[in-house]
Each structure stands twice: as structure tokens, then as C-alpha cells.
Design a protein around this ligand. Structure first.
Ligand code: MN
Length: 446
């Protein structure tokens, strides 16, 4: 059963006008956490905020002015830190207390309190968003069976899906130093490419730059090394989700990926959306994972539970849009490339947590998981350009006559995500965007 309270009530209203605008991604039922600074301020001014409509509630300022307060003594310092990590290190009860306090401030009928809170509301246009977390370790999974099958067909036509796939949530350890917040330009990487099997490889800017539509999991409380997190305890360690773009250089990847998996093809840049939508906010949208065919093996016992069978997944819709440089010059809006359903994944975040720790590996607050590219069974639900244009063999036709096999300089990729269901308030994840810049010291590719 969903654990719903007053903060999920679709009839709840906020006195912040833009929080009541139909279609807003950040209504009073969402209350995602991020880190912002006022334009023109130094990095040292980064502070935690909560999104409401097109405004940010400055949590630091509310606490400083004693407009907000907490029962728990450890919460104030955690909410006045320049990143979410200290808050993540607490527990579900603490996260819930912050949510309820913010909900109270933004729904109060008390005119005096409203005017005090209003002083700590900033228009989103007046702030710059930063990375919400100081990312610890970053693990990228591969949880979409459709993505794994599509890519497998291109890389190994005779053996697309490896035999471990339906038993093991496959992942690799990524790099956290190159994680950037949405809006940060993405420089086209260079690296070793072997275009011709008869010739030696050469170093060049990638000609096969791609995006991957993924959902990021921000880990909360960690576990002690040597202990495992049971599937049904996983959610106590899961704080929230955001959008994640795992930029990938497919030509570098094809040459380097055997035998140890992705390396320089993916560690040059990973973009994150700035707002972390909490599992508290996602509560009304929890659902059963997609049914597996009867012919598939049942997950091993540590990856299976009755509760998980009922609510292990999230009913979350995803979308990728592209705006090329020429479209921008022509004043054209971004065009949708694909739509995805997060619940279709073969493995859930809880299963990834249980699997990641089954060997005693310790997770820490602020660690980040990527779900893996979210692709569905239909052509319109393929979550990467590699799949949409089928390794460049079926170029995408854009409405202005342009074609795309892979990303070109000036292209901007925009990820979006939202939850909606009858009788629930729709909530959004915001956007994750990144524009491709020419390789450093190299002429832009035509
Ligand atoms: Mn990926």
C-alpha cells in the first residue's frame, strides 16, 4: 500500500502562485531538493533549496532567519551545507521532516509567516543551479533488456544478449569527477578509434557521439563494508531520482570495450538534472515492475520479495528532445526523438542496491547510480541515437530537412521526465540539457 500523507493530497494548494500553475513540474506535492547560488556569487555561496513552481525556496535562508526549524538537532546543519550529502547521510524520518516543514511553510494560511517565507523565495531565473550532490562513487547499470538486446545485435549479431543478463543486474564503475549539472557544455571528446580493421587505430575527435536517456538514483544512508542491503531494506538507502545523460563516444567504445567494459568512451562527461525528486514525492507513483515472460528465470532470492513485486518500480515517463544549431538559428523548437517508460526496465533501483552490496561493497551517502539507457520495445522508445539511427545505418530525418546519425557540434539534447496518474498531482523531474561543443583545439566537424 502506498504510504501517503497530506503532502501527497492532490487537493493541497500553495500560496506561491506559480506552484498552482497548471502543468507546473514543481507543484506543492513535489518539493524536490537542489543546490543553487544567486547569479554573480561565488561557489562558496551554494545553498540548498526546494523548487516550488518557478521559484526556489532558500532553505539555508529560512533556517538562518529562524523562519524554519526542525525537531531533530542534526537537521539544521545538514540543510545549511553547500551540497545535499550531509542530509543524505541521515534517514528517511529526517528527510520526511524536512519535506513536512517545507510543505507547512508553503501552504500556511498565516499571513505573517507567509511574508517571512516570501523573503526567501528566489525566481529560478535569478539563480544558477549547481550539482545537488558532491558525487561519491558512480555506478552505471544496464537495466533495459531492450537496450541491451539492441546494442548486442549491433556489436555481436550472432550473440546479442549474454547469458548472465537475466540473472545479474549488469553495471560498471563510472567516474564521478566528470559529472556535471544540466546546462554545462559538453566538449566533444577525442580518443583512440579503429575505423579500419586493416589499419592501426588513430586518435581523433569522436565521430559517433551519442546520448543515453537514463534515470539517476541518489543514494542516501550507506552500509558498513562487509554487510549487504536486503532488497526490502533498499529503500531506506534511496533518497531520490534525477535525470541522467550518459554521453557516449560509440567509436571509442567499440574499440576499447572488450574485455573490461566502457572506459574513456563514457568517463569524459555525465550530465545530471539539478533537482532531486525524493522517494517521498514518488510514493503515489510506485508500481509493480513490468512482468517478465514465463520463460525467463525468476530472480534469485536476494533480488526478489513480495513487497518488491507490488511496488518495486516507478511509473515515470521519459522523453528526449533535440535542438540542432540550425534549428536554433531558424527559431525552431526542439523536436522529440523518443519517449520511454521507466517501469519497463528489467531491474529496479532496489534490485541494483541489493545486488551492488551482496558482496559486502559499501555504498555511501551521495553515491550515484545510473539506470542504464531506458529503451522500450518500439522504435519510438529507443533511448539512444545509436539505437534510433541503428548505428548510423538509418539516419534520423529532422523536420527542417537535417539528418542525424550521431550528434553534431551545436546539437543540444534535452531529457525530461514526469509522473502522472489519475487522482494524483502530476510531478516533474525538470530537464537535463547539454549542448555539444567542438573538440578542444579542433575545427568543428561538418
Ligand atoms: Mn549508460
Amino acid at each position: 500500500m502506498p504510504h501517503l500523507d497530506a503532502t501527497h493530497d492532490p487537493a493541497a494548494t500553495t500560496w506561491v502562485e506559480s506552484g498552482q500553475t497548471p502543468g507546473t513540474e514543481f507543484p506543492i506535492q513535489n518539493l524536490p531538493f537542489g543546490v543553487f547560488s544567486l547569479h554573480g556569487h561565488a561557489v562558496a555561496d551554494d545553498r540548498i533549496g526546494v523548487a516550488i513552481g518557478d521559484h526556489v525556496l532558500d532553505l539555508y535562508g529560512c533556517l538562518e532567519a529562524q523562519v524554519a526549524g526542525f525537531e531533530r538537532s542534526d537537521l539544521q546543519a545538514a540543510c545549511q551545507a553547500p551540497r545535499l550529502n550531509a542530509l543524505l547521510a541521515l534517514d528517511r524520518a529526517a528527510w520526511r521532516e524536512v519535506r513536512h516543514e517545507v510543505f507547512h511553510l508553503l501552504t500556511t494560511d498565516d499571513a505573517h509567516l507567509r511574508s517571512r517565507v516570501r523573503r526567501h523565495l528566489r525566481a529560478m531565473d535569478d539563480v544558477a543551479m549547481a550539482l545537488p550532490i558532491a558525487p561519491g562513487d558512480y555506478t552505471d547499470f544496464y537495466a533495459s533488456l531492450h537496450h541491451a538486446t539492441n546494442v548486442g545485435q549491433m556489436m555481436r549479431p550472432d550473440n546479442p544478449l549474454l547469458p548472465n543478463y537475466k540473472w545479474v543486474p549488469i553495471g560498471y564503475h563510472g567516474r564521478s569527477s566528470s559529472i556535471v549539472v544540466s546546462g554545462t557544455p559538453v566538449c566533444r571528446p577525442s580518443g583512440q578509434v579503429r575505423a579500419d580493421d586493416a589499419a592501426p587505430p588513430s586518435v581523433q575527435p569522436t565521430r559517433r557521439l551519442d546520448y543515453e536517456l537514463e534515470v539517476g538514483l541518489v543514494l542516501g544512508r550507506g552500509n558498513a563494508q562487509g554487510t549487504a542491503i536486503a532488497l526490502d531494506d533498499a529503500e531506506a538507502h534511496m533518497f531520490g531520482v534525477c535525470l541522467l545523460n550518459d554521453w557516449s563516444a560509440r567509436d571509442l567504445q567499440a574499440w576499447e570495450y572488450q574485455p573490461l567494459g566502457p572506459f574513456l568512451a563514457k568517463n569524459f562527461c555525465t550530465s545530471l538534472s539539478p533537482w532531486v525528486v525524493t522517494f517521498e514525492a514518488l510514493e503515489p507513483f510506485r508500481c509493480a515492475p513490468a512482468a517478465r515472460p514465463d520463460t525467463d528465470p525468476a530472480p534469485l532470492p536476494y533480488l526478489r520479495s513480495r513487497v518488491h513485486d507490488v511496488r518495486g518500480a516507478i511509473d515515470l515517463r521519459l522523453e528526449v528532445l533535440l535542438q540542432t544549431g540550425r534549428m536554433r538559428d531558424e527559431g525552431r523548437d526542439p523536436v522529440g526523438l523518443s519517449q520511454g517508460e521507466f517501469r519497463q526496465l528489467y531491474w529496479t533501483f532496489a534490485q541494483m542496491v541489493a545486488h551492488h552490496t551482496v558482496n559486502g561493497c559499501n555504498l555511501r551517502p551521495g553515491d550515484l547510480f545510473g539506470s542504464g539507457t531506458v529503451s522500450g520495445p518500439s522504435a519510438g522508445s529507443r533511448g539512444s541515437l545509436l539505437e534510433l539511427a541503428w548505428r548510423g545505418t538509418q539516419p534520423l530525418q529532422l523536420p527542417n530537412g537535417e539528418q542525424r546519425r550521431f550528434l553534431e557540434d551545436g546539437d543540444e539534447v534535452i531529457l525530461r521526465g514526469w509522473c502522472e496518474a489519475p487522482g494524483r498531482a502530476r510531478i516533474g523531474l525538470g530537464t537535463c540539457r547539454g549542448r555539444i561543443e567542438a573538440a578542444a583545439g579542433v575545427e568543428p566537424l561538418a
